[in-house]
Design a protein around this ligand. Structure first.
Ligand code: ATP
Ligand code: MG
Length: 466
């Protein structure tokens, strides 16, 4: 907060002197292209970002670049978050060195990407992403050989290199066109970006429609940042969402899966989901979920929001999250609807469960390519919802040993939390796990002596154990 307050006083108090006298306008921009963005410099003593707040591996990368004669700057979200007093999620570096040059500087690095060539410098499990300054894609110049748009105007290759100012113009939002320069520890940002950080406004760089056509993912990034940072989205920035949302279906389903995880595993899933819904961006991402929450059954929305809240709580508490659980929740209402329809057509329950699961998942992977390692657990979590009702001695004990038991049990608790009446099933399993062998035997026997329950109609008689 300290940084913002200082910058804010400065900027709002002296809008002209800020640019004209106190700040240097960055020099060295390309002469052939009209610059879209002019960065201003905030010297070291006029901001409060210190090296102590920066990932030591990122610092190493920056110094190695600098000592090798290249520019090295932190860029984007990490600088933005430090300005806002938020701990950054990752640290990205921008440089004038080409990816090949960067690759040569770090033995622990590899070149990645086709659409955007990048270098990942690896320090154990920590990765610092290094990107070369990019320039605008200009179809009238020879650049078209290294930048390429498809029929939808979407950039399928974007490897035109440029200056720092060019790079700023290519960033998605004004608040992300921000740098921390290791050469003099200054911040370089757009005046509009600084103002937007102060006002907590998310504003797309350049012409909104053109920028979304180039990369539709920018629309869902807007929803993510608005939710995470509690920013309002500038009106012109969100105006094209409704009409352009369907462009998201042209983005590869593999990238969409990654983006969906970023949306939902950042610790702000509930807020992000509501924002996507409000901005008409849910349908091209999770069509069945978008449909389910519109239904007359308030349970659907309640259940999904409960799942997202639980995810957020777990992430904030540092607990693990599996995308399988999350997708199982998002697709649960659709799966149930499909299952019921099959049963109504006369299919027995077990094959109906299997078939409905298969169709529900198949429908979703067209939009977000859920990897196989997650689709199987989704089906198992769903299947367990019926198996958990069968509390016979053999089955109950075997279920506890099942690798997916915990996820299935948590999922059932989630259904109860969202208001589904499950006749105390959650409590029963909670207790069953907690008690010792004797207690379990007792619980199973007590149950077997009880009159027939509606939830578990076909119970076998309990094996007598004493
Ligand atoms: P966070 O890491 O908190 O999710 P971020 O802003 O750092 O947010 P990243 O995905 O890490 O987001 O990207 C780093 C930077 O790269 C962004 O701040 C932005 O400047 C730029 N960027 C990322 N994706 C795009 C895009 N699709 N179009 C234009 N610029 C982008
Ligand atoms: Mg980032």
């Amino acid at each position: 907060m300290r940084y913002t307050a200082r910058l804010s006083n400065w900027y709002i108090g002296n809008p002209h002197t800020l640019i004209d006298s106190l700040l240097n306008i960055f020099r060295g921009r390309s002469k052939t292209e009209a610059p879209q963005a002019k960065l201003v410099t905030i010297p070291r003593d006029a901001h409060s970002i210190s090296r102590k707040q920066i990932n030591p591996n990122a610092i190493k990368v920056l110094y190695r670049l600098k000592n090798s004669g290249y520019q090295g700057l932190l860029v984007g979200g990490c600088v933005r978050d430090l300005m806002l007093g938020i701990e950054p999620k990752d640290f990205d570096v921008a440089t004038n060195a080409t990816p090949e040059q960067v690759r040569q500087l770090f033995s622990n690095s590899r070149l990645i990407g086709r659409r955007f060539k990048l270098v990942h410098v690896n320090f154990g499990r920590d990765t610092i992403e290094v990107a070369t300054f990019r320039a605008a894609h200009d179809p009238d110049t020879s650049h078209h050989t290294i930048a390429k748009a498809n029929d939808h105007g979407m950039l399928v290759r974007d490897n035109v290199y440029g200056t720092l100012d060019d790079d700023a113009a290519r960033r998605d939002f004004t608040v992300n066109a921000i740098y921390y320069d290791i050469a003099d520890f200054s911040i370089k940002a757009l005046p509009q970006g600084l103002k937007d950080i102060d006002d907590r406004v998310l504003r797309i760089m350049g012409d909104p429609e053109q920028r979304y056509r180039e990369d539709p993912v920018r629309m869902i990034r807007a929803a993510r940042f608005a939710a995470k940072l509690h920013f309002t989205i500038d009106e012109k920035t969100s105006a094209p969402f409704q009409s352009l949302a369907s462009l998201l279906t042209n983005v590869s389903s593999a990238r969409m899966f990654d983006e969906t995880l970023k949306l939902l595993l950042g610790g702000y899933a509930h807020e992000t989901f509501e924002t996507l819904d409000r901005l008409h961006l849910l349908k091209p991402l999770l069509p069945a979920t978008a449909r389910a929450i519109q239904s007359e059954h308030p349970f659907n929305r309640q259940f999904i929001l409960q799942a997202l809240n639980n995810t957020d709580d777990r992430i904030r508490a540092g607990k693990s999250i599996t995308p399988a659980f999350l997708f199982a929740a998002l697709l649960w209402p659709d799966f149930l609807e499909k299952r019921t329809a099959l049963i109504n057509q006369g299919m027995p329950e077990a094959p109906a469960t299997q078939k409905a699961a298969q169709i529900a998942i198949m429908d979703q992977v067209k939009y977000t390519a859920i990897p196989k390692r997650f689709t199987l657990p989704i089906k198992e979590i769903w299947d367990l919802q019926w198996r958990l009702t069968k509390r016979t001695p053999q089955k109950a004990l075997a279920l506890l040993e099942q690798s997916r038991f915990r996820a299935g049990y948590d999922f059932m608790l989630l259904r109860e939390q969202a208001g589904e009446p499950l006749d105390g099933l959650g409590d029963w399993w909670t207790k069953f796990q907690a008690v010792d062998e004797e207690g379990r035997t007792k619980m199973l026997n007590i149950k077997s002596n009880k009159p027939k329950r509606s939830r578990a109609p076909k119970k076998r008689p309990a094996a007598s154990s004493d």
